[in-house]
Design a binder for this molecule. Structure first.
Ligand SMILES: N[C@@H](CCC(=O)N[C@@H](CS)C(=O)NCC(=O)O)C(=O)O
Ligand SMILES: *[C@@H]1O[C@H](CO)[C@@H](O)[C@H](O)[C@H]1NC(C)=O
Ligand SMILES: *[C@@H]1O[C@H](CO)[C@@H](O)[C@H](O)[C@H]1NC(C)=O
Length: 164
């Protein structure tokens, strides 16, 4: 069993990225202290630990801050590797495919989807909705290919690409 050290996670209720980090910790059965941030009034811990981005999620392991949700998921997966459950696929080609689709989701799906909510006009909203549908169609094709017809990208269970 790896030494868990002291684990803190800074998150926010509104952050889907923070949910990914929480899911990874949950999947590995890691106990941690959760600190909910008010994004309008960030804590000193958040600002000091990552002056560059000041974003959630941020994992703090033995006093060291780790940023970026996907990097956190990979760190958790690697550090608590004895917990008997791998989040990323173990085979290198499957790993690179999972990372590709995770990046696709970050680059394409999130901007399109958040764009719907940020749209200033009906026309812009329709455009972003359309773009989101196109991105999801593409993901559906990828899901069919990656999952071999099973319910998750990883097959029968939740994995790296869970809700990205
Ligand atoms: N690429 C980052 C995105 C994280 C992110 O955008 N977090 C938002 C909340 S959903 C945030 O902390 N925003 C605060 C800010 O930008 O000042 C990740 O995957 O962790
Ligand atoms: C911001 O947070 C600090 C520390 O939690 C608190 O003392 C302060 O009143 C908050 N400010 C606002 C404007 O909410
Ligand atoms: C939506 O996208 C399709 C192509 O994917 C395009 O033919 C159509 O004009 C678009 N509609 C809007 C409202 O942008």
């Amino acid at each position: 069993m790896a030494d868990e050290g002291h684990v803190k996670l800074l998150g926010a209720v509104v952050s889907p990225f923070a949910v990914l980090a929480r899911m990874a910790l949950k999947m590995k059965g890691v106990s941690y202290e959760y600190i909910g941030e008010d994004m309008g009034n960030k804590s000193e811990l958040l600002v000091k630990s990552n002056p560059v981005h000041q974003k959630v999620p941020m994992l703090i392991h033995d006093g060291k801050p780790i940023c970026e949700s996907l990097a956190i998921v990979e760190f958790v997966d690697e550090l608590w590797d004895t917990a008997g459950r791998s989040i990323l696929p173990t085979e290198p080609y499957h790993r690179v495919v999972a990372r590709f689709w995770a990046a696709y989701t970050d680059d394409k799906l999130f901007p399109a989807y958040f764009g719907i909510h940020r749209a200033a006009t009906e026309e812009e909203r329709a455009e972003k909705t359309n773009e989101t549908i196109g991105v999801i169609r593409q993901l559906e094709v990828a899901l069919a290919e990656c999952s071999n017809g099973k319910p998750f990208f990883a097959g029968n269970s939740v994995g790296y690409l869970y809700d990205r």
